[in-house]
Design a protein around this ligand. Structure first.
Ligand code: ZN
Length: 107
């Protein structure tokens, strides 16, 4: 038996009633919060960049590793413009072997 509870029926039933009121209040609040969350506008993800420049490896020579198309699953790095992608590829940065941005850029 739980020693923290009163031994008599009257007080136990009072506690039960109070706990039911508290549980109802919690359920009401949960529904309010759910409605509020559902009414809030969802954050819009930033647009996918068209081109990405993958930075050099830490132990590398400092040159970027690859130029990627924005949709490439292997893409990491910073967003760059079409012109920057073309300049990077023509200056010796390699094209990603998966997405082949050089082909998309007509190089
Ligand atoms: Zn790629």
């Amino acid at each position: 038996m739980n020693d923290s509870l009163p031994p008599d029926l009257d007080r136990l039933q009072t506690l039960e009633y109070w706990l039911r009121l508290q549980l109802r209040a919690v359920h009401t609040r949960i529904e309010e919060v759910k409605r509020y969350e559902a009414s809030r506008p969802k954050p819009i993800p930033p647009p996918q960049p068209d081109w990405l420049l993958q930075p050099a490896r830490a132990a590398g020579d400092g040159r970027p590793l690859y130029v990627h198309e924005g949709h490439c699953p292997a893409a990491t790095g910073k967003a760059i413009t079409r012109r920057q992608a073309t300049e990077a590829l023509t200056s010796g940065v390699e094209a990603c072997p998966f997405c082949r941005p050089d082909t998309a850029l007509g190089l």
